[in-house]
Structure formats: structure tokens, C-alpha cells
Design a protein. Structure first.
Ligand code: FES
Length: 163
């Protein structure tokens, strides 16, 4: 492949080499597209459009097909993800206890709305229906850790622990 055509600021030469190895290993297997996307996302952190184009060409598949797979499964992200993932609960129990204020405060502090990643890629913010921790409302999860009984100030305090 002519790699000059496929440059991307988030993909360095080592990453391209790893990506090529994955593609070579799976070449000719039309059912391998999910595996290839999953492994490539693990290397880069997400799936830039350039990378999807490269995979399509390399596997000799229509770009629409590879895009279709990448957008269908929630495990794939076409946007860069932050180093840490914040999941704020917008379920009823949490919402009535102030989720909206927490979300607004996170936006004011880090400039992120639901589904976005901060410019410095420190945090990605997701809003979810219920974290299964209703007794702790309002609750949020940072990476794998659950925090409850939050106020906007407490939420920011917790987030400041994550660099
Ligand atoms: S409603 Fe928020 S954890 Fe269940």
C-alpha cells in the first residue's frame, strides 16, 4: 500500500506497521472485518476515517461496508476518546437529584457535552440511563469507579483526581 496517501496525526509509523500486520493476517477472510477494526481501534484508540479507508482498500472491501460495521457496533468509536471516560447517570433517580447541574458543571469546567471528548483528550463524557447504583443518586462512573451522592462541586473534585 502507498502509505503516503494515508497519513494521520494520530497514527505514527509503528502503529501503521502494527495495522499492516493485522491486515495481512486477516487478508482474504471477508468475515474478519470486525476483528480487524477492533484490533486497529485498540492500537489507535479510535477509528479515524483515514484508517477505515485504508482498511477497506487493504481488505478489498467497499468503504461503505466497513463504515457500516464501524458505525453499527457501539464498541467502535469514530471520534477520539479521552484518557478517562465519565459516565453520568441521567436515569430518573439521579435526574431528580441534580444530574443536570452536574452535567452543566462538567461542561463549564472541561468544555464537553454528552458524547464529546475534551480538547486535551483527558475526558470523554457519556450520559447513560441507569448505572445500577440508584441508591447512590446522583451517580457517575469515572473509568471503572462509581461515585455517588454527588453535587456539581463534588463531581469536579473527583474528576480533578484523574490526570
Ligand atoms: S437512575 Fe442513576 S443509577 Fe439508577
Amino acid at each position: 500500500m502507498n502509505l503516503n496517501k494515508f497519513q494521520h496525526p494520530d497514527i505514527n509509523d509503528n502503529m501503521w506497521n502494527e495495522i499492516d500486520k493485522i491486515i495481512d493476517f486477516n487478508r482474504g477472510d471477508k468475515g474478519a472485518v470486525i476483528t480487524v477494526l477492533r484490533k486497529c481501534q485498540k492500537i489507535v484508540g479510535y477509528l479515524p476515517v483515514t484508517l477505515i479507508d485504508y482498511i477497506s482498500l487493504s481488505l478489498n472491501l467497499p468503504a461503505s461496508e466497513v463504515f457500516g460495521v464501524a458505525t453499527f457496533y457501539s464498541l467502535f468509536s469514530l471520534k477520539p476518546k479521552g484518557k478517562h471516560t465519565i459516565k453520568v447517570c441521567t436515569g430518573t433517580a439521579c435526574y431528580v437529584k441534580g444530574t443536570k447541574e452536574i452535567i452543566n458543571r462538567i461542561d463549564a469546567e472541561y468544555g464537553i457535552k454528552a458524547g464529546e471528548t475534551s480538547k486535551d483528550r483527558r475526558f470523554s463524557l457519556d450520559c447513560v440511563r441507569c448505572l445500577g447504583a440508584c441508591g447512590l443518586a446522583p451517580a457517575m462512573v469515572i473509568d471503572d469507579k462509581t461515585y455517588g451522592g454527588l453535587t456539581p462541586d463534588k463531581a469536579i473534585e473527583k474528576l480533578q483526581e484523574y490526570n
